[in-house]
Design a protein around this ligand. Structure first.
Ligand code: XMP
Length: 509
C-alpha cells in the first residue's frame, strides 16, 4: 500500500484516485500520523501531498522528518517536495515569479521517475514558493524555464520530489510518472482490484465485529446498500438494517425501495413509517440549517427507538465515503468550515454508545458503485443518483407543507422520467427540481395565472466536492419544461440553474 500524507492540497483526492487507477491501494492520513503508525502500516511508498502553506512559516503543517530515514521511497509533490528539502537542510524561498499553469518540463535524467518519458513534456505548476538550494545527496533531474528545481532526487535514500502536479490531467505524462514511482521505485504490484478489496473488507468487518450485533441505517442509496451487502456477507443475520421513511422521499420511492431492497438484499430490514413526525416538526420552519437540524434529530430519535428493540447491538455500520472524511477533517486535524449539516446519523454512535464500522471510508463514489457491482448488487441500486438525507425538505425553499411536497413530487417524477428517456440518468451526477417560494404571472388558455416557479438542477461531478451545471440539450430542457407546466397544477414557470460548485452548492439549501 501507499501512504499519502495530506498537507491540505485541493488535489489530494486526485493523487489517491491515480494510485488506485494503477491498481495499488492507498490510504490518506494527516501529517500528525506519527512514526509508530507509519511503521505499523508498513507502506511500500509514501507520497507527501501539496498544500497551501509555506514550509518556512511556523504554522505550516509538518510531519516527522524521520520518515526520510525509513528506507521507504518517498515522493514529495509541491509543498511535499518543499517540506522534504527544507527538513533535510535545503533552502525554500518565495519565488520571484509565481508559476501557475502550464509549463514545459525539460528532463535531464531519465533513470528515476522519468523512465520512458520524452525529454520535453508538459506539466502543470501551481506554486508561490520555490527551492533555492537542494541538500547534499540530491540532484536536479528536471527544470522549467521559471523553476530550476522542477524536480529532484536522492537515489541513495530513495527520495523523490516534484514541484509540479503529476496527478492532474494537465500533466499528460503525470500518470506514467506516478506509475514509475509505484512500480519501478516502490516495487508495488498492481493487485488492488475491487474483488480483492471486497474480500479484504469483508474479512476486516468479520474480525472487528466477531459475534456482536450490528445495525445500519438503510436509505436505499448506493452507499448504504453496498455497506449492507458487504456487512451481511461478513456476519450474516447479526446485521439488522433500519429504513426510516421520513415522508420526504420522492414519488412512490418508499414503496419501490421496499420492493427492491426486499428482493435483492436478503437481509433483516425493519421499515419505519415516520413521515408524520418529521412533517409535524418541520411546520413553519424556513431556515435551511434549522430544517436540517430538525430532520437530523427526528431521524436519530426514530432510529434509536427502533434500534432499542434489537438486543445486544454493539456496532453501527455506516456508508461514510472518502469525500465525507475529508470534508469534516482538515489537513491540520481540525474541523473544516461547516457549509451544511450533512450527516444526519453523525451523532448516533455517541448517543447510543456504539462503535463504528465504516468499510467504504477510503473509497470514492464511482469506486463504491464498482464495489456494489462486484458484490452482485443490481443496477437499480448501484446506479441511483445521490439523494440527500433530508430529502425533498431541502428542495422546497421556505415552508415544507404536504401540498408543496405533492407539487414537487409530481415535478420531480416528470423530470426524472425525461432525463432517463433522454439517456442522461447515468451520465449526470444528479438531476432534480427545486420548488421556489416565489410566484410569477403566466397565461394559460387566455387566463391569467399566478403560480409557483420550479428550478431544474442537473450537474456533472466526480465526488460532489466540485460540480458543473450540465449542458443538457435544449430539446431535453424544452420537453421537461413543457411537461411540467402542462401536467403539474400550480406551476407556471420553469427555470434552469446554471451555477457551478463552488461558489454555489449542488442542493439549494
Ligand atoms: P452540496 O449541496 O453540499 O451537496 O453541494 C453535495 C452532495 O451531498 C448531497 N447532500 C446530502 N447527502 N445528507 C446526505 O446524505 C445530507 O444532509 C446532504 N446534503 C446534501 C447532495 O445531494 C450532493 O450530492
Amino acid at each position: 500500500m501507499i501512504l499519502i500524507i495530506d498537507f491540505g492540497s485541493q488535489y489530494n483526492q486526485l493523487i489517491a484516485r491515480r494510485v488506485r487507477e494503477c491498481n495499488v491501494f492507498c490510504q490518506i492520513e494527516p501529517p500528525g500520523i506519527g512514526m509508530d503508525k507509519i511503521r505499523a502500516l508498513n507502506p511500500d511508498g509514501i507520497i507527501l501531498s501539496g498544500g497551501p502553506a509555506s514550509v518556512y512559516e511556523n504554522a505550516g503543517p509538518k510531519t516527522d522528518p524521520e520518515i526520510f530515514n525509513l528506507g521507504i521511497p518517498v515522493l514529495g509533490i509541491c509543498y511535499g517536495l518543499q517540506f522534504m528539502i527544507y527538513s533535510l537542510g535545503g533552502k525554500v524561498n518565495k519565488a520571484q515569479k509565481r508559476e501557475y499553469g502550464f509549463a514545459s518540463l525539460d528532463i535531464h535524467d531519465h533513470s528515476g521517475l522519468y523512465h520512458n518519458i520524452d525529454k520535453i513534456t508538459q506539466c502543470w505548476m501551481s506554486h508561490g514558493d520555490s527551492i533555492e538550494s537542494i541538500p547534499k545527496g540530491f540532484e536536479i533531474d528536471a527544470s522549467t524555464e521559471n523553476t530550476r528545481v522542477a524536480s529532484c532526487v536522492n537515489y541513495e535514500k530513495k527520495l523523490y520530489g516534484l514541484q509540479f502536479h503529476p496527478e492532474v490531467h494537465h500533466t499528460p505524462k503525470g500518470k506514467e510518472i506516478l506509475r514509475n514511482f509505484l512500480f519501478d521505485i516502490c516495487r508495488c504490484k498492481p493487485t488492488w482490484t475491487m474483488k480483492a478489496f471486497a474480500k479484504e473488507a469483508i474479512e476486516k468487518v468479520r474480525e472487528t465485529v466477531r459475534d456482536d450485533k450490528v445495525i445500519l441505517g438503510l436509505s436505499g442509496g448506493v452507499d448504504s446498500s453496498v455497506v449492507a451487502l458487504l456487512v451481511h456477507k461478513a456476519i450474516g443475520d447479526n446485521l439488522t438494517c433500519i429504513f426510516v421513511d421520513n415522508g420526504l422521499l420522492r414519488k412512490d420511492e418508499a414503496k419501490k425501495l421496499k420492493q427492491v431492497l426486499k428482493q435483492h438484499l436478503k437481509i433483516n430490514i425493519r421499515f419505519v413509517n415516520a413521515g408524520n413526525l418529521f412533517l409535524k416538526d418541520l411546520e413553519k420552519v424556513t431556515n435551511p440549517e434549522k430544517k436540517r437540524k430538525i430532520i437530523g434529530k427526528v431521524f436519530m430519535d426514530v432510529f434509536e427507538a427502533e434500534a432499542k428493540k434489537i438486543e445486544g447491538v454493539k456496532f453501527l455500520a455506516q456508508g461514510t465515503l472518502y469525500p465525507d472524511v475529508i470534508e469534516s477533517v482538515s489537513a491540520f486535524g481540525g474541523p473544516s468550515a461547516v457549509i451544511k449539516s450533512h450527516h444526519n446519523v453523525g451523532g448516533l454512535p455517541k448517543k447510543m454508545k456504539l462503535k463504528l464500522v465504516e468499510p467504504l471510508k477510503y473509497l470514492f463514489k464511482d469506486e463504491v458503485r464498482r464495489l456494489g457491482t462486484t458484490l452482485g448488487l443490481p443496477e437499480q441500486l448501484t446506479w441511483r443518483q445521490p439523494f440527500p438525507g433530508p430529502g425533498l425538505a431541502i428542495r422546497i425553499i421556505g415552508n415544507v407543507t404536504r401540498q408543496r411536497l405533492s407539487i414537487l413530487r409530481k415535478v420531480d417524477a416528470i423530470l426524472l422520467e425525461e432525463i432517463r428517456q433522454a439517456g442522461y440518468y447515468k451520465k449526470l451526477w444528479q438531476s432534480f427540481a427545486v420548488l421556489l417560494p416565489l410566484k410569477s404571472v403566466g397565461i394559460m388558455g387566455d387566463q391569467r395565472t399566478y403560480e409557483n416557479i420550479v428550478a431544474v438542477r442537473a450537474v456533472n461531478s466526480i465526488d460532489a466536492m466540485t460540480a458543473d451545471w450540465a449542458r443538457l440539450p435544449h430539446q431535453v430542457l424544452a420537453k421537461i419544461s413543457n411537461r411540467i407546466i402542462n401536467e403539474v397544477r400550480g406551476v407556471n414557470r420553469v427555470v434552469y440553474d446554471i451555477s457551478s460548485k463552488p461558489p454555489s452548492t449542488i442542493e439549494w439549501e
